[in-house]
Design a protein around this ligand. Structure first.
Ligand SMILES: [Zn+2]
Length: 301
């Protein structure tokens, strides 16, 4: 019996392997296992791959992704995924470490991007400002890299990935046009943010970012920095201190109170809150909300 059974089992395994190998088999959706390091990458992969992919996001809703710690299961997910999309340059060192054991395709989405180096003396372990996704122009490039990575992992579905990618890039290009128009004429151009997540966005649309903490939200602001910002808020007539979703707004609120101005949330999109997920929010809707918030705070017309 055994002698007969073994080839049958082997055949079964082979058949299984074949049907999961190419996602073009219409009867076998979600056969490409993708690990995305955090929300903007997750959405890009889902837009490009749709039902052909099974996407896992390493950063849960409401969790701040800088210096993310991985569970043992997530380390296994990274090592066994067909494709892993992440941002290098020290944004999530634990993810970078786990990438060493990955058997599938791995794509560092900061590679090839026109990134800016952290300010001199910064001790946050970053080789580059990672926040490229907040600039819709650079985010389009990220989407293009996601398309390229998926095409390498699954050539038979290249056409689907490319056309989905183009459709999503077109929506993001629409955001860029809205930002250009919306922020063209404003009374003020200084934005005071919680951490320095909006550098690429600011330079794209001619704004100046001043942040309470550095490129990472956990870098503690010191008393001197807060005093500088109070002076700047008064001098430049800043009306709003921006807080963010996944980080305590306490310091920003104190600064706003002392300076007699208001606070408003500017989404970093590093992770959606559980409420935003439930409301069906995504990259495009939250970026549009950010634009409205900026237009109001900067008195744009
Ligand atoms: Zn950040």
């Amino acid at each position: 019996m055994r002698v007969i059974l073994i080839p049958i089992v082997a055949l079964g395994l082979l058949a299984g392997a074949c049907s999961t190998g190419g996602a073009s088999g219409a009867g076998n959706p979600a056969s490409i296992r993708v690990v995305a390091a955090f929300f903007p990458v997750q959405q890009a992969a889902e837009e490009v791959g749709g039902p052909l992919l099974d996407v896992t996001n390493l950063t849960a809703p409401g969790v701040e992704p800088h210096d993310l710690e991985l569970t043992p299961d997530q380390v296994v997910d990274i090592s066994t995924a067909d494709v892993v999309f992440y941002l290098g340059s020290g944004f999530q060192p634990a993810v970078q470490d786990a990438i060493g054991d990955a058997q599938g395709e791995t794509v560092d989405l900061l590679k090839g991007m026109p990134t800016v180096r952290p300010p001199a003396g910064s001790e946050e372990g970053l080789a580059a400002d990672p926040h490229v996704w907040l600039d819709p122009v650079l985010y389009q490039r990220m989407v293009g890299e996601v398309v390229a990575g998926l095409v390498r992992a699954d050539p038979p579905d290249a056409e689907t990935f490319r056309s989905n990618g183009e459709a999503f890039e077109a929506r993001v290009a629409g955001l860029d046009r809205a930002y250009r128009a919306g922020l063209a004429t404003c009374r003020r151009r200084v934005i005071v943010t919680n951490h320095a997540a909006f550098g690429y966005l600011a330079s794209r649309y001619g704004l100046t970012q001043q942040s309470i903490s550095g490129l990472s939200p956990d870098a503690e602001p010191n008393a001197r920095r807060l005093a500088e910002l109070r002076t700047l808020v008064e001098r430049d007539g800043v009306t709003t201190i921006f807080t963010e979703d996944a980080v305590s707004p306490e310091v920003a609120q104190t600064l706003a109170q002392e300076a007699g101005v208001q606070t408003a949330v500017l989404h970093t999109l590093e992770a959606l809150t559980p409420e935003e997920v439930a409301a069906g929010d995504d990259y495009v809707s939250l970026m549009r909300e950010n634009l409205t918030t900026l237009e109001r705070a900067l008195d744009c017309s």
